[in-house]
Ligand binder design. Structure first.
Ligand code: COA
Length: 506
């Protein structure tokens, strides 16, 4: 790899270019690494691979903190190499998921806006090395990130040492899109001066003491494409229900056609639902989100979205080529911020976001499980969904009404793990319809959820459970000994449907 000095504008840093192997050799057993990377975007790619290679020769373990999930199979390789002691705040890799659920490593499932506060307060110990992907290092040592900001600025500012990976495959046109703002310590800070999704409040890069930059590595590898499945018939129907709900909000005088800044979570379902807005009457939309997936760029292309604020851009292969191949078309419509700012409760509440995230399951009272399959096995993590749900003007959760060929009902008597309580959930949407839960008591929510959202195969079962629960009374009636019986049936018989094992559930 040729060293390009225009990418390292600080002359004294030009001599610090090293190989990934050399940089990886500085990392010691027990250290904590703060890696750039958020939902497969802007992750460091060379030093992690070198670390995995090193693990073939010697035993060591490190703590791995990131923005969110990593691409390039890094989480899988880390898990296979067995070098992770503790991982936070999010991951989405099947191999690492297995290691976590086997108890081979620790995983801290953290609200994505919280990591910054905990690091800043020193709660999780020092960050020994921040390793961040960059477009360039400026003369004053300012690091210009690539396709995500995530926690990169936080790690770089608070780490003892920094390794920069300059990725020549990332478009230099990204420079100027970032807006890096440091809130400062809790108890000592003023209001964050951001009042619209378009506001710039910080600097174009991460301001660090150049002396902390211990090494610079050159790479040339694109981000991993997203793994989302493109919209299908069911998700289109779901999008239709969500649009109907929003139209009714306009009729009620709570919004006009520009709605409010939109946040849409990760995954195929959230992407598809946003995609459904392309043929709608909504216009001049703004996005204030964490990740921008394909749908946001489709909406920009369709002239529906005027502006999007995010902390990462994660696209399918085809979309990545189109967007980064003609980035001059998009760059003045985008701002990329640290995840602490994209997910900050103060801003989310101030802007009055409409927030759309995905549930694995929700219960008849509106408690949402986004993370734990059958209450025990970690899927990905809560990500930013809690940051948004608790603070948004409208917290909307979407999911298909069934999973695994209809053997799982996503609407259950009692959610087996609750990420978003009934107090934080405004609207739930499935392909069957939507239930607007705002202002309703638990007993008022049940008929709406069962009738509007549950799959016909499971309605009768849900009603039977609720009728029995009503006999026990309470603000939130339950039959405690049967509350998880559907999940038990699933574990024992491979289905939540009663006819396969009537005795166990009734
Ligand atoms: N029980 C067990 N498995 C379930 C399930 C349930 N109730 N509901 C869905 N699944 C399975 C699906 O079958 C699918 O499995 P597969 O990968 O083996 O095919 C998988 O979960 C993903 O479901 P899918 O319907 O494709 O949805 P998705 O891609 O939109 O992902 C979440 C859904 C919940 C996993 C994902 O949105 C997530 O991790 N959310 C939490 C983080 C978050 O919301 N962040 C938002 C801020 S960015």
């Amino acid at each position: 790899m040729t060293v390009q000095n225009d990418r390292i504008q600080n002359q004294s840093l030009q001599s610090r270019v090293v190989s990934p192997e050399q940089a990886a050799s500085w990392i010691e057993d027990g250290m904590t690494l703060g890696l750039s990377g958020f939902t497969r975007a802007g992750d460091v790619k060379a030093v992690p691979f070198a670390l995995v290679e090193r693990a073939k020769e010697e035993e060591f373990k490190v703590n791995v903190f990131t923005g969110a999930s990593l691409g390039s199979d890094i989480d899988a390789l880390f898990a296979e190499a067995g070098i992770v002691h503790k991982r936070l705040p999010f991951q989405a890799d099947p191999t690492m998921r297995k290691s976590i659920n086997n108890g081979d490593m620790f995983f801290v499932d953290q609200h994505l806006s919280h990591t910054a506060e905990l690091v800043r307060a020193g709660v999780m110990g020092p960050i020994d090395f921040a390793i961040v992907e960059a477009i360039a290092v400026k003369e004053d040592g300012m690091i210009i990130p690539t396709t995500s900001v995530g926690n990169s600025s936080l790690f770089a500012m608070h780490a003892d040492n920094i390794i920069v990976e300059i990725n020549m495959a990332q478009t230099p046109l990204l420079e100027g899109v970032h807006d890096i703002y440091d809130t400062g310590r809790q108890g000592e800070r003023g209001p964050i001066p951001l009042t619209t999704a378009r506001d710039r409040i910080g600097t174009a890069g991460i301001q660090v003491d150049p002396e902390k930059i211990r090494g610079i590595v050159f790479t040339e590898q694109e981000d991993s494409p997203s793994t989302i499945v493109q919209p299908d018939d069911e998700t289109q129907v779901m999008a239709g229900h969500l649009l109907d709900f929003l139209r009714n909000e306009i009729k009620a005088g709570r919004f006009d056609e520009t709605l409010a800044p939109l946040q849409s979570g990760i995954g195929s379902v959230a992407n598809a639902v946003l995609h459904g807005m392309i043929d709608s009457e909504f216009e001049h939309l703004e996005v204030y989100s964490e990740v921008l997936q394909d749908a946001v760029f489709d909406l920009i292309d369709a002239g529906k979205v005027d502006f999007a604020s995010c902390c990462s851009i994660t696209l399918s292969d085809e979309k990545m080529k189109k967007v980064f191949g003609s980035f001059e078309q998009y760059r003045d419509k985008l701002i990329m911020r640290p995840q602490e700012i994209s997910n900050h409760p103060e801003i989310i509440r101030r802007l009055g976001l409409i927030s759309v995230n995905t549930a694995l399951e929700f219960d008849i009272y509106g408690n949402v499980n986004s993370t734990h399959v059958s209450g025990m096995k970690m899927m990905n993590g809560i990500g930013g969904s809690g940051d948004f749900a608790r603070n948004a003007r409208l917290a909307i959760f979407v999911t298909k009404s069934t999973a695994k060929g209809g053997n799982i009902s996503s609407i259950v008597p009692f959610a087996t793990h609750i990420d978003h309580t009934e107090h934080d959930v405004d609207v739930v949407v499935t392909e069957q319809g939507y239930a607007d839960l705002r202002g309703l008591a638990p007993r008022e929510r049940v008929p709406l959820i069962i009738e509007n959202c549950a799959h016909p195969d499971y309605k009768e079962q849900l009603w039977a459970y609720y009728q029995e629960a009503l006999e026990r009374g309470g603000q939130t009636p339950h039959v405690l000994e049967k509350a998880f019986s559907w999940h038990q049936n699933l574990a024992q018989n491979g289905t939540m449907k009663l006819e396969k094992n009537t005795a166990a559930v009734r």
